[in-house]
Design a binder for this molecule. Structure first.
Ligand code: DX5
Ligand code: ZN
Length: 229
């Protein structure tokens, strides 16, 4: 089953509660929260306070994407704020295994993200510990960038690794996902789609979300059937 994870990065921050309600009513499974520190990525967004405020407004799975250095210092804060899934970038820590252990110990789901230039082997030896691998399809930091088509083979490679390990982990894609690129991603084996500007840049985020889901579902099965592999 395909899960949609609208990213509030492109939402109207003056009306966050309302924006979140709209995508929840439209059936979004995850709410994707982009945390940026101005060091790992050249942008700054929100901290645990905003996550905690939104937690009171929503029952969605809170998918916290940490684009921050020293992620270990902040994991507890985001879990206390209501994160259900915490994803850390493999590039941000020499102790990825330990950080993932910390997340799992707190009883929430753990994800690992890799930048476009990072080889999928970066996640190979932590695969057994993760619930999700996030393949970045843009360079992290900003919404509204174009999907990097060269990441499609990487989505397939990660899907293959997970299937071989038999862990059932999700493959998430983030960046440039729209009704056009969604079926390409699901056709390569992605199961969780993050979408920011294509949802919140639309006058009707709920309708945009439904359109992306419909398109994404046309890509399902291509991976298993070997179409385009
Ligand atoms: C980028 C963020 C994304 C961003 C995606 O660094 O991780 O989650 O919101 O935005 P779009 O969907 O507009 O590419
Ligand atoms: Zn993100």
């Amino acid at each position: 089953m395909i899960k949609l994870a609208p990213s509030i990065l492109s939402a109207d921050f003056a009306r966050l509660g309302d924006q979140v309600r709209r995508v929840e009513e439209a059936g979004a499974e995850y709410l994707h929260l982009d945390i940026m520190d101005g060091h790992f990525v050249p942008n700054i967004t929100i901290g645990p306070q905003v996550v905690a405020a939104l937690r009171k407004e929503s029952g969605m799975v809170f998918d916290v994407h940490l684009m921050i250095e020293n992620p270990g210092l902040y994991i507890d804060g985001f879990i206390e704020a209501g994160a259900n899934l915490v994803t850390v970038h493999a590039e941000t820590t020499p102790h990825l295994h330990r950080i993932l252990q910390m997340i799992k110990k707190r009883g929430v789901k753990a994800g690992v993200a890799i930048n476009p230039s990072t080889h999928p082997s970066a996640v190979e030896y932590v695969l057994e510990m993760v619930d999700l691998v996030l393949v970045m399809t843009v360079n992290p930091g900003f919404g509204g960038q174009d999907f990097i088509a060269g990441m499609v083979p990487k989505i397939k490679a990660v899907r293959r690794m997970i299937d071989a390990a038999g862990t059932g982990a999700e493959v998430q894609v983030d960046g440039g996902i729209s009704a056009v690129t969604a079926p390409v991603a699901t056709g390569a084996g992605a199961t969780v789609l993050v979408a920011g500007s294509s949802v919140f840049g639309s006058p009707d985020p709920g309708a945009a979300l439904r359109e992306i889901r419909k398109a994404a579902e046309t890509g399902i099965g291509n991976w298993e059937l070997g179409i385009g592999n």
